[in-house]
Design a protein around this ligand. Structure first.
Ligand SMILES: NC(=O)c1ccc[n+]([C@@H]2O[C@H](COP(=O)([O-])OP(=O)(O)OC[C@H]3O[C@@H](n4cnc5c(N)ncnc54)[C@H](OP(=O)(O)O)[C@@H]3O)[C@@H](O)[C@H]2O)c1
Length: 236
């Protein structure tokens, strides 16, 4: 992503924001997971292959969250080789699209909905049933927002390029979805590691432990909606 948190330009250009070293790191991450997952928005915008090319290691399974099965059977995921492809749709998705994707080689899952979209908790359980127990999520912003909202992300790895796109109506941010209205309700992550890859920065953040979340929520409830949070202890 850019320094201002964008993962594409307003015209949809996303290749490449980061440099070769960061991309090699990303491919290494792919190889260290059972599966790599994207939303159908990313498939339609970028038509990615999601294979391991710039690092050593095996290709992970590819998973697309795609409520209505809009993934084209001609997508590179299905035509350019690589490991198995799982398309996670809703039980209500059109049967003809399901058959078309299956003919193209995909495994199609029918899952329950949350707010009209794939229930990501149900997907995690279904993937575990398929032997997939570690998943690298590579976008886009809508899927990232749902995962953060559902508390399903253990770790966040941000590849930050020293570029700024700016603009009032710019390209998509790495977290889309609905804006969190109050600062006190912002998603909180703990900085775990900082590294360089060429000119880019790699930030690794971890989800706070459940006990920390309970503590913060209890404190926020005690303060009530109208009272501001106390200032942070350090200037950071
Ligand atoms: N720079 C990068 O590394 C990078 C990486 C990835 C993407 N991108 C960019 O990100 C953009 C695409 O991102 P996007 O946010 O539009 O799409 P996205 O997150 O890839 O996909 C969102 C779509 O997934 C489907 N979906 C199903 N279940 C969902 C759930 N529980 N939560 C959220 N979505 C769910 C929804 O469509 P249905 O309702 O039809 O199912 C939704 O519209 C493109 O511009 C692409 O270039 C950049």
């Amino acid at each position: 992503m850019t320094l201002d948190g964008r993962i594409a330009t307003a015209r949809g250009e996303s290749r490449w924001i980061t440099g070769a070293a960061a991309r090699a790191t990303a491919h290494g991450l792919r190889a260290s997971h059972d599966a790599v997952l994207v939303g159908v928005g990313t498939v339609l915008a970028d038509d990615p292959a999601l294979t391991v090319r710039d690092a050593a290691g095996a290709d992970p399974a590819r998973v697309v969250v795609d409520s209505r099965l809009r993934t084209p059977p001609t997508a590179r995921l299905l035509t350019a080789g690589g490991a198995r492809v799982i398309v996670a749709g809703l039980t209500t998705a059109p049967a003809a699209r399901r058959r078309r994707l299956e003919r193209a080689g995909a495994t199609v899952l029918g899952l329950p909905a949350v707010d009209g979209r794939v229930d990501l908790g149900a997907l995690a359980r279904a993937l575990a049933g398929e032997g997939v127990t570690s998943v690298l999520v590579e976008g886009g912003g809508e899927v990232h927002a749902s995962l953060l909202g559902a508390g399903l992300a253990d770790e966040v790895v941000l590849h930050v390029a020293p570029r700024i796109l700016g603009g009032r109506r710019g390209g998509p941010a790495w977290v889309g979805g609905d804006e969190v209205p109050r600062l006190a309700d912002a998603h909180r992550l703990a900085l775990h590691a900082v590294a360089f890859a060429g000119d880019d920065l790699i930030l690794t953040l971890r989800a706070p432990r459940i006990s920390d979340i309970a503590h913060t929520r209890a404190r926020s409830r005690r303060r009530g909606p109208g009272r501001p949070a106390p200032p942070p202890a350090s200037g950071r």
